[in-house]
Design a protein around this ligand. Structure first.
Ligand code: ATP
Ligand code: MG
Length: 429
C-alpha cells in the first residue's frame, strides 16, 4: 500500500477482535469509578500550546520534544493533548467547578499524543484513563486513589503482577531546600553526569533523579534524599498516607528517586509498576499537585490525580492470560431464515423478541444463502443457539431452536413463546 494510505507510525487501529477486551476494561473502570463517586468530564483533544507549556513545564520531555504542535488556519499555536491534567484544570477553571473551595472528583478517558519512539507499550497515540480531585487536601483522598486502583487490579486479576512505588516530593518550601542540597551535591560530580542531566541540573534539577543513564544513576546513589528534607506538613501527610495504605492492606515500597516526569507534582507521588512488560513497566502514575491550579491562574486549589495507560494494562491482561473468555462472544443467538416469506416473518419476529429482551444479542442473517452457508455463519458468529425458520416452520408458526455448543436437542418453539424461551436459556448482560 502506498505510504500515504497507512496509519501514522505509533498510531494504532484497535481492530474488532481487540475491542471486546477494550470495552471490558473500560467498562470495569467506569463502573468502579461510579461506585467511588467520581464524575466523568470530557475535554477537547486539542488545546492552545501555551496551556501545556504553562502546566507541564518547559523543561520536561513532553514539552521539549514530544508534543504534536501546529499552527491552525488562524495562526494560533495548537497542540494535540499529551496528557489530561492540564486540560482538566483548564476546564475546571473555565467553568468555575472549584469555586468557593468546592471539592470535585473527576475522571476522563481518551487518546493522548506524544512524539516518542514507538515500541511495545509506547505509542504516539495512546489512551489514558485519568482521575483528578480538587479541593480535598488530606492524605485520605491520596489513599482513596490508590485503594481504588488496588481494587481495580483485583477485579482485573492482575494484583500479583503490579507493585506500588511511593515517594513524597514535599511542599514547595521543603522541595526548595532539597533542590539546593541536590544541586550542591551533583555540581561536585558534574563530570560524571550525562549531558541531559548536566543541562537539567541548571533548569530542573529534580528531573536528574529520573535519569535512565547508568553513570548518572551511580552518582545518585549517595545523593541527598528528599525524605530527609520534608517539613512537618509534608511528613505528616506522607505518614498519614502510609498508615492508610497499611490499614487497607496495600503493600508498597518507598522509591526515593521517584519524581515523575511532570513539573507540577508536590507531596505524594506514586507509580504502579510491573516487571511483566519489559521496559515500559509503569501502568499507572500520579500524585498531588497543590500548586498547579494557582500556577494556571486560578485561586489556590489543591489537586491530586493519576493516569493509567490503557494499552499497557491491556497488554498486561493478555500477558497474564486474564482475558475473561465470555467477553469474546458477542452473539447470543443467530437467526437463519430461508426464502422471502420466512425472511419477512423472521424480521417481524426478531423485532418482537428485541422488544421483550432488549439486552439479547440477536444476530439475524443478512444476505440469504443456503442452509449450509447460513449455518456456517451461525456457528462462526460464536452464538450459543441458532434459530431456524423455513417454509415448513412458517406454516406451523414455530421456529427451530438449535443449541450450537452442545447443550441439548433441537426443538421447535412457537413464535409466541420464543422470547420467554430465550429468556430462560440466555444469560443477558
Ligand atoms: P513513561 O515513563 O513510561 O514515559 P510517563 O511518566 O511519561 O511514562 P505519564 O505522563 O505519567 O507517563 O502517563 C501516565 C501513564 O500513561 C503511564 O504510566 C503509562 O502507563 C501511560 N503512557 C505514557 N506515555 C505513553 C506512551 N507513549 N504510550 C503508551 N502509554 C503511555
Ligand atoms: Mg514519558
Amino acid at each position: 500500500m502506498s505510504k500515504s494510505l497507512q496509519a501514522i507510525r505509533g498510531m494504532n487501529d484497535i481492530l474488532p477482535e481487540q475491542t471486546p477486551l477494550w470495552r471490558y476494561f473500560e467498562g470495569t473502570v467506569a463502573r468502579l469509578l461510579d461506585n467511588y463517586g467520581y464524575k466523568q468530564i470530557r475535554m477537547p483533544i486539542v488545546e492552545f500550546t501555551e496551556l501545556f507549556k504553562r502546566s507541564i513545564g518547559e523543561v520536561t520531555d513532553i514539552v521539549e520534544k514530544e508534543m504534536y504542535t501546529f499552527e491552525d488556519r488562524n495562526g494560533d499555536s495548537l497542540t494535540l493533548r499529551p496528557e489530561g491534567t492540564a486540560a482538566c484544570v483548564r476546564a475546571v477553571l473555565e467553568h468555575g467547578l472549584t469555586g468557593a473551595g468546592q471539592p470535585q472528583k473527576l475522571w476522563y478517558i481518551g487518546p493522548m499524543f506524544r512524539h516518542e519512539r514507538p515500541q511495545k507499550g509506547r505509542y504516539r497515540q495512546f489512551h489514558q484513563i485519568g482521575l483528578e480531585v480538587f479541593n480535598i487536601d488530606g492524605p485520605d483522598i491520596d489513599a482513596e486513589l490508590i485503594v481504588l486502583t488496588w481494587r481495580l487490579w483485583g477485579l482485573l486479576g492482575i494484583r500479583d503482577a503490579v507493585k506500588l512505588e511511593l515517594n513524597s516530593l514535599g511542599t514547595s518550601e521543603s522541595r526548595g531546600r532539597y533542590k539546593v542540597a541536590l544541586v550542591e551535591y551533583l555540581s561536585a560530580h558534574l563530570d560524571k553526569l550525562d549531558e541531559d542531566s548536566q543541562r537539567r541540573l541548571k533548569t530542573n534539577p529534580l528531573r536528574v533523579l529520573d535519569t535512565k543513564n547508568a553513570d548518572t544513576q551511580a552518582v545518585l546513589v549517595n545523593a541527598p534524599k528528599m525524605a530527609d528534607y520534608l517539613d512537618d506538613e509534608s511528613r505528616i501527610h506522607f505518614e498519614g498516607l502510609k498508615a492508610r495504605l497499611d490499614a487497607a492492606g496495600i503493600p508498597f515500597v518507598i522509591n526515593t528517586k521517584l519524581v515523575r516526569g511532570l513539573d507540577y507534582y508536590s507531596k505524594t507521588v506514586f507509580e504502579w509498576v510491573t516487571d511483566k512488560l519489559g521496559a515500559q513497566g509503569t501502568v499507572c502514575a500520579g500524585g498531588r499537585y497543590d500548586g498547579l491550579v494557582e500556577q494556571m491562574g486560578g485561586k489556590p486549589t489543591t489537586g491530586v490525580g493519576f493516569a493509567m495507560g490503557i494499552e499497557r494494562l491491556i497488554l498486561l491482561l493478555e500477558t497474564l492470560e486474564q482475558v475473561p473468555e465470555e467477553i469474546s462472544r458477542q452473539v447470543d443467538v443467530y437467526l437463519c431464515a430461508f426464502g422471502e416469506a420466512a425472511e419477512l416473518a423472521a424480521l417481524a419476529l426478531s423485532e418482537k423478541v428485541r422488544d421483550e429482551l432488549p439486552n439479547l444479542r440477536l444476530q439475524v442473517n443478512a444476505g440469504a444463502g443456503s442452509f449450509k452457508s447460513q449455518f456456517k455463519k451461525a456457528d462462526k458468529s460464536g452464538a450459543l443457539y441458532a434459530l431456524i425458520l423455513g417454509d415448513d416452520e412458517l406454516a406451523q408458526q414455530v421456529i427451530g431452536f438449535k443449541p450450537l455448543r452442545g447443550q441439548g436437542e433441537q426443538q421447535n418453539i412457537a413464535f409466541d413463546a420464543l422470547a420467554a424461551h430465550l429468556a430462560t436459556c440466555v444469560v443477558q448482560g
